[in-house]
Write a protein that binds this ligand. Sequence first.
Ligand code: C2O
Ligand code: CU
Length: 458
Amino acid sequence: MRQIESKVHRDLKPTRFWAYGSSVPGPMFEARSGQGILVEWANELPSQHFLPIDHSIHGAEADKPEVRTVVHLHGAKAPAESDGYPDNWYVPGKSVIYHYPNQQDAALLWYHDHALGINRLNVFAGLLGLYILRDDFEDSLSLPKGKYEIPLVLYDRLFDLEGQLNYPVSGNPKSPWTPEVFGDAILVNGKLFPYLEVEPRKYRFRVLNGSNARFLHLSLSNGQKVHQIGTDQGLLSAPVELKRAILAPAERADLILDFSAAAGEQIILKNDSFNVLQFRVAKPIGNTATPDAVALPATLRPVPKIPESAAVKTRMLSLVEVTDPVQRPVTMLLNNAHWNMPVTENPVLDSTEIWNLINTTDDSHPIHLHLVRFQILDRRSFDVSAYWATGQLKFFGPPVPPDPSEAGWKDTVRADPAMVTRIIMRFEGYTGRYVWHCHVLEHEDNEMMRPYDVIAAP
Ligand code: C2O
Ligand code: CU
């Protein structure tokens, strides 16, 4: 991890970033399922932060070093010692060696900072990158490969007139934290308004929403549909056709775009009305058929449903926003508990549980569990005021199944406002202390994160 300068646009001055290596996003790892790797993560950053630390936030008190980092590989089934626990931060001049066993299916993972209380600032500064895990099964499918497979890391940022990162503050110098940060510039692989020259054929785009807080709603300017073939934790059971891909912070989508009917055109990838990326589709050479006459496979990787009857425990977990007398959010909590309170979630290794995420707030929160992959069972709207008054769930209407594009293996799920979102998972891999949290980084830093323990069977 180093401080670098990099140009995000031809017409902007170089921007200061904190990078893994020498670029933001950092270098892309390409690993194979079943082949573990060791990574030494060295902190060679300056000793002063350049973004506004809020010393009133837990873990970021004035007696803590300003610059602290710890890396988490998001979506990895990794031993607790290598998972980047938020308290395991270290300062410039130090490094750690982490072990990623890669004993899991092919998927697009990503690595980013996770230091307690300043994670939102470290990631905003540039500490994020991709980690592609591949396996033989995926290789056996006829999907676009090589130069036809392109990662797209999307995130929003704010820049000042000097081209420098601008992290907004609350106006209260004692507590500069703001509840969510939304940038007015959306970067693609570190660039603003880039273009990509493509051939009139199918491409595979591996998309990550690496934003602190922005939900992405991606579509194409010509109204063309895309196929989603995978989600956070790998391939769906079959491709899903979409007009619009929705990605909460930290979610990934594996998308197939077919440019074969658009030769000679320019198509824009848009987020709502914002132009993110321009595709310049080449004219076909001669009158020959497009080079990838191969159709998209009709089925991908089977995703066997975890039966609800397999669950040995069901947990009721509320998402809560605490406001001040003028209704400004002060903090966000999971199950009304603070980070440093005793652990309450302690699943047994190799057991299956259902977690009910009871969202009492007005916002959608992308909830992420470390270590495990899960399936979304359903979402169901409920009466929030009745819940506060009685502690009982009074539902409005029937449960809604997940969108087809979410009906695969996930590690991050939108818990929508006034809904109970149910997820089911088996706690496989390792015992030890992990975390679960909201992936809106401003929420995560301000208490919307809890430790959990995977314990050995008694
Ligand atoms: Cu992507 Cu705990 O995080
Ligand atoms: Cu949140």
